[in-house]
Structures are given as C-alpha cells and as structure tokens.
Design a binder for this molecule. Structure first.
Ligand SMILES: NC(=O)c1ccc[n+]([C@@H]2O[C@H](COP(=O)([O-])OP(=O)(O)OC[C@H]3O[C@@H](n4cnc5c(N)ncnc54)[C@H](OP(=O)(O)O)[C@@H]3O)[C@@H](O)[C@H]2O)c1
Length: 298
C-alpha cells in the first residue's frame, strides 16, 4: 500500500498559514443535521470546516465544533461575508463570530463579487463594489477576528481589477471557486497560482445529482483502484493543488470522503481525469444583480 498521507496534508498560503487539504462543506446541510455532521467529521479526523453566513447554519456548525471536543485551535474554520453585507463588513464578521460561538475565524471570504443592495436583492449598489468591500475586509486583519482574508467566485477579470486597484494592499490568501472534473478551470487556477492565491475547490463532487458518478473515465479509474468515484475525484483535486470541500450530512459518506490515505493516483490517472470532456457548472450568476462569470478563464 502506498505510504501516502493525504488527509493530514496542508497547503501553505501567502500569509504563511497552512490550510488543511480537505474540509467539510456545509452548504444545504439542514438544521438538525449539520451539527452532527460537523461533530462526526471532526471526531473522524477532519480539521477544516467550510460554512457561510448565507447558509444559515453557522450557529449549529459552532455547536458541532464544540460537541466534537476537538480544541478550537486545531480546527481551520472558514466563513463568508454575505452579498447584502458588503457595506457592513465589521458588523458582518461580528454576526458570524457570534453565530459560530468563536473568537476568530481562520479564513473570512467575500462570498461573491456582488455588493447587493439589502433593500432590493435584485439591485447592485450604484456607489459600491467588491473593491470597496475588500478595502473594508483588509481592516479586519490585525483585529484578531480573522486570521486570513480571501475571496470566492472571482474570475480573472475581477481579480485583475482588485489586484490592480491602489487600495488593494493584501493579496487574497484564497479564491474559493467551483472545481471538479467537469469544471477544472485551468486558466483561472494557473492565474491564481501566479499571484500567490491558493484555490479551494467547492462542489468538488459536482454537488447534488452529480453527473460525475456516471462518467466512464472516472468509473474505470475507481474500479481499477478499488475506490469510490467520490474518493478518486477528491484525491485528484488535492493532487492538482487545491483544497477540497466535500459536503455530506451522511455519517458513512462523511467518513468515506476522508478515506484518502494509503493509496494514490498515478500521473497517468491524473492526466486521464484532466481529460474528462463533459463540462458543467453547479453555480451560475443569473440570481445575482451583476454578472460575475465571464466564461473566459475556466
Ligand atoms: N463559495 C461558494 O460560493 C460555494 C458554492 C458552493 C459550495 N460551496 C462550499 O463547497 C461545499 C461543497 O459543495 P457542494 O455542497 O455544492 O457539493 P459537493 O460537496 O460536491 O457534493 C455534495 C453532494 O454530494 C453528496 N455526497 C457527498 N459525499 C458523497 C459520496 N461519497 N457519494 C455520493 N454522494 C455524496 C451529498 O449528499 P449527502 O449530504 O446526503 O451525503 C450532496 O448531495 C459546500 O457545502 C460549501 O461549503 C461554496
């Protein structure tokens, strides 16, 4: 058996901190389920939890962390600033910390590059955008409330705008983006790497009703390895250099998604998965008041 230890692997960020390669996702994890999922994940060895104010489950995530008995300082906790809160960054983090029952988060992300008007979610502020929001987020560094700041759902166009603005003093530590064999985004991943920005892969399994489970290439690799397609995809993501955030509220799947030690994928197998042709995206931008995906950097 290969002597690989993937679950304890971390990626070094541009701040010097290290983010665990695998974290538990919590989007669409329902009340009454998510706390138990977080607790069982942490007890089973996960040390990274991904949540967001918008998921409406921060409080229960915090309770799951406490119930696990794992010391807070051993856990990487990410949450996100919601779109209608862009003009209230200081208030937004306070609210999240209170929900989570913690003094700090390890990573605070701008969830989307959309400064949505809280009085009308179909409108974008005319006098404020993500550059202004980032200026405010930078002020959180040094308060002790956030260890790292980053962005999510940023493509190259928006990253260029952010990084080239004179008010941008801190390069985002992370860009959390959709990454799976159906949306591997090589241009965006390479761009982020060139700027020292780590990518975290969301919807790594292709989310709910994923077409990846019927993909023939993935099926044959999983069969050859004696592993599940989910495990193969997760290990592939980590080998590509991004952290992966599989969501599950099912105890068996939470456990199985973490069984990534002691086996490996060959370069040839990684290349085969890179070559999967069917493209699909889980998250679009039609529900936002502003376009954020431009299709040129995927
Ligand atoms: N930044 C953003 O805008 C953004 C957007 C989307 C997601 N995210 C983050 O990324 C996380 C993951 O993305 P996601 O939730 O969209 O999708 P995902 O993790 O790719 O897939 C989750 C789905 O797969 C099922 N599942 C989990 N493990 C499985 C396995 N081993 N075999 C078969 N099915 C399995 C889950 O159901 P069960 O729960 O029943 O197992 C759920 O339906 C989110 O939870 C969230 O934390 C961030």
């Amino acid at each position: 058996m290969a002597d690989t230890k993937t679950t304890s692997k971390t990626f070094k960020l541009n701040t010097g901190d290290s983010i665990p390669a695998i974290g538990l996702g919590t989007w669409q994890s329902q009340p009454g389920e998510v706390g138990k999922a977080v607790e069982s994940a942490l007890r089973g060895g996960y040390r990274h939890i991904d949540t967001a104010f918008a998921y409406g489950n921060e409080k229960e995530v915090g309770e799951g962390i406490k119930a696990s008995g794992v010391p807070r300082e051993e856990i990487w906790l990410t949450t996100k600033l919601d779109n209608p809160w862009h003009k209230r960054v200081a208030e937004g983090i306070e609210r999240s910390l209170e929900n989570l029952g913690t003094e700090y988060v390890d990573l605070y992300l701008m969830h989307w590059p959309s400064s949505t008007d809280p009085d009308d979610l179909k409108k974008h502020y005319p006098d404020w955008d993500f550059v202004d929001t980032w200026r405010e987020m930078q002020k959180l560094v040094g308060t002790g409330k956030v260890k790292n700041i980053g962005v999510s759902n940023f493509g190259i166009k928006n990253l260029e705008r952010l990084l080239n603005d004179p008010s941008c003093k801190i390069v985002p530590a992370v860009n959390q983006i959709e990454l799976h064999p159906g949306n591997p985004s090589p241009k965006l991943v390479a761009y982020c790497a060139s700027k020292g920005i780590h990518c975290s892969g969301y919807s790594p399994l292709g989310s709910s009703n994923s077409p990846l489970y019927s993909n023939e290439t993935l099926k044959s690799i999983a069969e050859a390895k004696g592993r599940s397609i989910a495990q193969v995809i997760l290990l592939w993501g980590i080998k590509k250099g991004w952290s992966v955030l599989p969501k599950s509220v099912n105890p068996d799947r939470v456990k199985a998604n973490f069984e990534l030690d002691g086996w490996d994928l060959t370069d040839e197998e990684v290349a085969k998965i890179d070559g999967v042709k069917d493209r699909f995206k889980v998250c679009g931008d039609s529900w936002l008041p502003v376009k954020v995906f431009f299709g040129d950097d995927e």
